[in-house]
Design a protein around this ligand. Structure first.
Ligand code: HEM
Length: 530
């Protein structure tokens, strides 16, 4: 071994046998490590190659190495939805499923009911895709975004909060909040065009807070809601990240993305949800004490207590069943978002389409006039059951403009779809917007025709042809709630007013971020019905 002395002269030392052993040992470790790394890389490379070979058999557009098809969707965010659905339209003419590359990640889009059924009906493919991880800073891993055993236990825990008995108790809130909305609209019912979207959104926000959270936040009295603005902005930011692979690493997002704006939105959103939990916790404890003081505890009167959503979570946390404040917060954020934005969009789309089709609106007016003796009569379960045409209009609006225009799962094991082997780890996306326009299931698909939902027509269709609430074990937990709310809010507007839509179908611009909305709001003219 050669070393230098203080003056830089080379000196040859004799290695002791111990030193030689140490050197040999460290070389051995290095060689073993490098060999292991090479084997692991070769193994990874081989497996990836196998997957790519399988994926490449599925029809789809040509893709660049590493970037895949990402550049094709690197467009103005306002154009993204049209680009995605435009591409899917062309491919849906020749194949029920299509392959694209989201950067280095394969993504399979499904457009036909037979292939959608394979995924949605399965008990195996329940995990959400990596696109949902960009929602984690906001929604944590609440019911919408969680996977595996956490999702199972939360779903089981929260299902009783949507029991029909509880939904019936919510009728009072649906009625009172919709009355408030209709009163606010009275000032606008002068035949002048205005955007009705915010009126409906604030009403659905009030509804979800008062029903599920037990807190009246009076959003309708504060038309300039920071919460709603933050929801819209964060949805746009999340979608940008999903579409652009170079913004997906947290580090790069901090360096070149809009992370400051994202964090500012989070501050507003979490501020509202924590505030809601605090208010309800205080009320909930007061109510419990009062009940005890009056010996009104439900167990004493021999009835099992049914708790609405947030009370159920608070009860669980007080019983020490492993629900932290953070756990409650993520569910509250999930339900506040899923529970108001989806329904607001659906009511707006129904009103928009009825405003484009005066002849169908006249039939709805007729139905409502038959059911209600006065425009102010509160809606009960009996009237809800009778609103058949109104319900079919809502269903048809959800077909043409599903509030959730696509959803995605990540395969935990290989799936065979339309004879193609799709390997584990692949993202599979149901393009609901395209599925609902399949001419084999919905002839003349762009036509608004609520009679498609008459029982005799429904029975002719494939059960997975229409899935606005998703389907199977991971379907929407709030779908009954949503339909009740939509029928009450929409009918409360139409009992008092006639609506005319100011935007023609051919001029519509769609914004499909997390929720499908008209880009420029829903401009209508309202006229009082006399
Ligand atoms: C028109 C109204 C609504 C539509 C169209 C709708 C649609 C959907 C869809 C398509 C999914 C599946 C999403 C996915 O797999 O990524 C879903 C899930 C969910 N929805 Fe809704 N939804 C509506 C209203 C509501 C309401 C009112 C609530 C709550 C009160 C709600 C709560 C949820 C939750 C928590 C999930 C996740 C369920 C799970 O993964 O177990 N939704 N919804």
């Amino acid at each position: 071994m050669i070393k230098s002395d203080k003056r830089g002269r080379k000196i040859r030392y004799r290695m002791t046998w111990q030193m030689e052993m140490v050197e040999l040992g460290s070389s051995l470790v290095t060689y073993t490590f490098l060999t292991l790394l090479t084997v692991m890389f070769a193994n990874w490379f081989y497996k990836r190659r196998q997957k790519i070979l399988l994926i490449e058999q599925i029809p789809g557009p040509k893709a660049l190495p590493i970037l895949g098809n990402a550049l094709e969707v690197n467009v103005d965010p306002r154009d993204l939805f049209q680009v995605i659905t435009g591409g899917s339209y062309i491919w849906s003419q020749i194949t029920p499923l299509m392959r694209v590359w989201a950067g280095p990640f394969p993504l399979i889009q499904l457009f036909k009911c037979s292939v959608v059924e394979v995924i949605l009906s399965s008990n195996k493919h329940l995990d959400k895709s990596r696109d949902y991880t960009f929602l984690h800073p906001w929604l944590g891993t609440g019911l919408l975004t969680s996977t595996g055993s956490k999702w199972h236990s939360r779903r089981k825990m929260l299902t009783p909060a949507f029991h029909f008995k509880i939904l019936e108790d919510f009728l009072e809130v649906f009625n009172s909040q919709s009355t408030k909305m209709v009163e606010k609209l009275a000032n606008r019912a002068d035949g002048q065009p205005f955007d009705i979207f915010p009126y409906i959104t604030l009403c659905t926000l009030d509804v979800i807070c008062e029903t599920a959270m037990g807190v009246n936040i009076k959003a309708q009295d504060n038309s300039d809601s920071d919460y709603v603005k933050a929801v819209y902005r964060i949805a746009a930011l999340v979608q940008q990240r999903q579409a652009r692979p170079w913004l997906q690493s947290d580090l790069l997002y901090r360096l070149i993305g809009s992370s400051k704006e994202h964090d500012a939105c989070l501050k507003i959103l979490h501020g509202v949800s924590y505030g809601t939990i605090r208010s309800r916790r205080i009320e909930f404890q007061k109510e419990k004490k009062n009940k005890l003081a009056k010996h009104m505890d439900d167990e004493v009167i021999g009835k099992k207590r049914r708790l609405a959503f947030l009370d159920l979570l608070l009860e669980y946390s007080e019983e020490g069943r492993g629900l932290s404040d953070e756990d409650i917060r993520e569910e509250v954020d999930t339900f506040m978002f899923e529970g108001h934005d989806t329904t607001a969009a659906a009511i707006n789309w129904s009103l928009y389409l009825l405003g484009c089709h005066p002849e169908i609106q006249a039939r709805v007016h007729e139905e409502l006039d038959m059911i209600f003796s006065s425009p102010d009569q509160p809606v009960t379960m009996a009237e809800l059951r009778e609103m058949k045409l109104t319900e079919n209009c809502i269903k048809e609006a959800l077909r043409l403009f599903p509030s959730v225009p696509f959803l995605a799962r990540e395969l935990q094991e290989e799936a065979v779809i339309d004879n193609y082997r799709i390997p584990e780890g692949t993202t599979v996306m149901v393009v609901t917007y395209r599925l609902h326009r399949d001419p084999d299931q919905f002839p003349d698909p762009e036509r608004f025709d609520p009679d498609r939902f008459l029982p005799e027509n429904v029975s002719k269709r494939h059960p997975y042809a229409y899935v606005p609430f998703s389907a199977g074990p991971r379907n929407c937990i709030g779908q009954k709630f949503a339909l009740m709310e939509e029928k009450i809010l929409l009918s409360s507007i139409l009992r008092k007013y006639r609506a005319e839509s100011c935007t023609r179908r051919e001029d519509l611009r769609l914004l499909g971020e997390l929720i499908l909305r008209p880009e420029n709001g829903n401009t209508v003219k309202l006229f009082p019905r006399v």
